[in-house]
Ligand binder design. Structure first.
Ligand code: XMP
Ligand code: MG
Length: 184
């Protein structure tokens, strides 16, 4: 697939399918080393993390189980407020578990910071975070993201789980949108 398949909506491909796959190989190897002898509870944050969850977990050799959460940040618009509502909670008891949260992107970090605190209050043995993408603003937030796929510029990106108006999640790569798509 190339950019022409998106017509004129796409500005450019920022990260190719091949780049994502080889970076996930590296992250998986790192995670396998870090969790040796333990079992992981991998928690995917719906809907954006679906692709990275599916691809990363298939590269892991550590025994694991999966669960999913859906959260929504109050105060819609493009910035998250840090006040989060749980739309779908976990089905798993976290007591004594080694939790690895999988996210698509960390921007302000407010959503993830809230989520980490929430999960830590449920008695897990550990909670770490893996994200495919991280934007520059995340650097200024006091949140420890153990595994980062790519640091990207402060641009709105779509594809590989990420959407604009619920579209483009199925693109196999990470791309930036042309300004006319979001009214620029
Ligand atoms: P925080 O709380 O870290 O929120 O600001 C992260 C959430 O914001 C969304 N987000 C994006 N979604 N392209 C997207 O499709 C982007 O470039 C982007 N930046 C932030 C996303 O839902 C993420 O979970
Ligand atoms: Mg998200």
């Amino acid at each position: 697939m190339d950019s022409t398949d998106m017509g004129e909506d796409l500005k450019e491909i920022l990260i190719t399918e091949e780049q994502i796959s080889s970076r996930l190989d590296e992250l998986a190897a790192e995670i396998d080393r870090d969790y040796e002898g333990r079992e992981i509870l991998v928690i995917g944050v719906l809907k954006g993390a679906v692709m990275v969850m599916a691809d990363l977990t298939r590269k892991l050799h550590t025994p694991l189980t999966m669960d999913w959460m859906a959260v929504s940040s109050y105060g819609s618009g493009t910035r998250s407020s840090g006040v989060v509502r749980i739309l779908k909670d976990l089905e798993t008891d976290l007591e004594g578990r080694h939790v690895l949260i999988i996210e698509d992107i960390v921007d302000s970090g407010l959503t993830l910071s809230w989520l980490k605190t929430n999960l830590e209050s449920r008695g897990p043995a550990s909670v770490e975070i893996a994200t495919l993408l991280r934007k520059p603003d995340a650097a200024s937030v006091d949140i420890d993201v153990e595994y980062v796929g790519f640091d990207i510029p402060n641009e709105f990106v779509v594809g590989y789980g990420l959407d604009y108006d619920q579209k483009y999640r199925n693109l196999p790569f990470i791309g930036t949108l042309a300004p006319h798509v979001y009214g620029g």
